[in-house]
Unconditional design. Sequence first.
Length: 293
Amino acid sequence: MGDLTTVQAADLATMAKELGASGVENSKVLMDELKINYEDEDDSGTRLDMGHVFVKGSDKNYFYAKSFTFRPLSQMHQYTLYDAQEKKMACKSRLLTDFFEEARDTKGTLRCGKPSSKEMRDMTDEQRKKYSGVKNERQLRGLVSYTGVSSSGEEKTYENHPVLMRLKGQNNYRLDEKNRIYSPFETQFLKQIPRGSSMWNFAIGVETHRRKSASTGKAYYTFEYSPDFGSPLPIDKDIFDTLTMIKQIIDDENAYVDGQYYKAIKGDVYEAEASQVLDQMHESLDADYEDVA
């Protein structure tokens, strides 16, 4: 695996902004997901360690680990509204690189109907509660490496395996000791990146920490990050190909959301076959929103 020498600096700068180049034709490209385990035993009754991570995807035999290494390649934001009773996504916005973008959603509104931060500040607590179901999650896509153990004792090593990490709740934003809101991923990693570098130039050591809600007493787990800024990583062809795949996933997601948005506000007619493929893809992802964290 050699260094990427054919991609110019301008191309990488564009990739840094847009997360890739087009060209992958498969509109159903999906990534495995790195998840935190909240089950104390598996279906056979074998004990599992809560708070350990595992890769969820086509391999139904899960391999668990307390810590892992992650090389982030993309960071996006998305508003979601999940219907727990129907067990399906009720609304979701486009994937956003930042909050200056228009957060069009599948219901023909913005931010799944949630008012802007400025509007929310002027509301009463009772008024804000109406929008408590609308969540903002940070989606990290990148490469995970770790050696995990299954419930049967089998070992498996993942080496630069492409995954999606969904940062929700306390894993996305939390309060510090002075009651100020902050993002752990930004504070512990993004804001520490050396000037002139991109986040994909570095690997991060990640561990899960057990915490307990002060209000409910319920335990939950958060990711804590230890970046390695002393060993910058090159962009080779494999990494570039993964970036291209990630951009295709993001483009597909945003095309689906935009299609639903314009249907809702204008009633436009879209190609039935393309719409059906995208609908099936997104229905298959609904179950991923039933997690504790």
